[in-house]
Design a protein around this ligand. Structure first.
Ligand SMILES: NC(=O)c1ccc[n+]([C@@H]2O[C@H](COP(=O)([O-])OP(=O)(O)OC[C@H]3O[C@@H](n4cnc5c(N)ncnc54)[C@H](O)[C@@H]3O)[C@@H](O)[C@H]2O)c1
Ligand SMILES: [Zn+2]
Length: 362
């Protein structure tokens, strides 16, 4: 099975997303063909390179001996301007110019850094994304948001720069650590709750296959998430409004991450945020109580938490929420599910209801 999805971009440079099984052998040729006269420069997450290069070399993927493959030790702490500068210097030394194209191979950290670098290198060159984590395949590689962190906060520097090509193969997910897989599943559940009831049912009925990393099951969930993210991004590329629906679970999730000094991983925090948003929606009589039980069950099945640790008091959480970007002119934009597969952007949030929900979830 192979699927091609067209993403937003200027008419001359339309992003293409290719998802499929057994595509690893096809990729080098297809990528060269797409690049045309441009010379590809590959930037790999070093860890992914170490795991995969022996398998991919015989399939025609370029090696470090070509002088066009750079390795980047991808860690959130290295998602910084200093890494962008170092990689840019290495690219200059390697001969990359305005007629080059960058290829990012790795998770969200690599994708965000390389996308950012491509958007400013010699005033901007195209790039391709080959996401290798579940989170990167279902979320970060799609939509054109790039960026790096500042000591003051995550993703504070960045650009919108659509990749011309996104190529995803479920095979990569077979070597992903259990913990990274689990974290990515929170985004999959989020995406299903936002826009796909069929995907939700699939998550309920195919947990064993998904957790067992069955390729067909992985391709099924990755493709479904890509379709939804692509649709949302298409409707609102620069996040002026509708794209906010993708923040379901993230308002509370980000507050929990910040309060924990980022010791609670993103996916866990998003799972807690999804439960709060759904409970709030129940409290406001916008969604059936049964959805909340289904969500909690799904989180348990995929090993995700459904409760906020009791030492984070509701008052501290509400305070942390007020520093959120979505807090505009004293009101908080909150995305609430209204049924499985549909959400609404609610901007007159009743803080007392939120407080009650937080109290009940400790
Ligand atoms: N641009 C966006 O729209 C967007 C959206 C969501 C998240 N993000 C960003 O994404 C980042 C998180 O992404 P992530 O979770 O992919 O993190 P990551 O890139 O750090 O990858 C997680 C870990 O998996 C390893 N890894 C990657 N692929 C592997 C594979 N196939 N096999 C074995 N190990 C592998 C990496 O080396 C790393 O240790 C954050 O910085 C976040 O801000 C961006
Ligand atoms: Zn997220």
């Amino acid at each position: 099975m192979k699927q091609t999805i067209t993403l937003p971009g200027s008419p001359a440079r339309i992003s293409r997303l290719v998802a499929g099984e057994n595509l690893l052998g096809e990729l080098p040729g297809a990528l060269e063909a797409h690049a045309g006269k441009r010379t590809p420069y590959w930037i790999w997450d070093k860890r992914v390179w170490e795991i995969w290069n022996e398998k991919l070399g015989p399939l025609g993927w370029p090696g470090t001996n070509t002088g066009r493959v750079l390795l980047f030790g991808a860690l959130e702490q290295r998602k910084r301007l200093s890494s962008v500068e170092q990689l840019a210097q290495q690219l200059v030394e390697a001969g990359a110019d305005r007629r080059s194209v960058l290829v990012a191979v790795g998770g969200g950290v690599t994708g965000d850094v390389v996308g950012f670098l491509a958007s400013i290198y010699m005033r901007g060159i195209p790039h391709y994304q080959i996401p290798t984590t579940l989170l990167a395949q279902v979320d970060s590689s799609i939509g054109g948001k790039t960026g790096v962190d500042l000591p003051e906060g995550k993703n504070l520097l960045g650009t919108f720069h659509q990749p011309d090509l996104i190529w995803m193969s479920p095979e990569f997910l077979e070597t992903l650590a259990e913990e990274d897989f689990r974290q990515g599943m929170a985004e999959v559940i989020k995406t299903a709750l936002i826009g796909d009831e069929v995907l939700w049912k699939y998550l309920e009925t195919h947990a064993e296959q998904i957790k067992g990393r069955d390729r067909e099951a992985l391709l099924r969930i990755v493709s479904a998430c890509c379709v939804i993210k692509a649709k949302v991004v298409e409707a609102d590329e620069k996040e002026s409004g509708y794209r906010r629906v993708l923040n379901l679970g993230h308002t509370v999730g980000h507050a929990v991450e910040r309060l924990s000094d980022y010791r609670i991983p993103h996916g866990d925090a998003v799972a807690m945020g999804l439960v709060v948003a759904t409970k709030l929606s129940v409290e406001m009589a916008c969604i059936d109580q049964g959805v909340l039980s289904k969500l909690e069950q799904l989180c348990v099945v995929y090993g995700l938490p459904t409760r906020i640790p009791s030492h984070f008091g509701p008052a501290a959480l509400l305070e942390a929420l007020k520093t959120d970007k979505k807090w505009e002119a004293g009101t908080l934009h909150f995305i609430l599910p209204v049924r499985i597969g549909e959400v609404m952007d609610y901007d007159r949030l009743d803080l007392r209801a939120l407080n009650r929900v937080m109290q009940s979830l400790r």
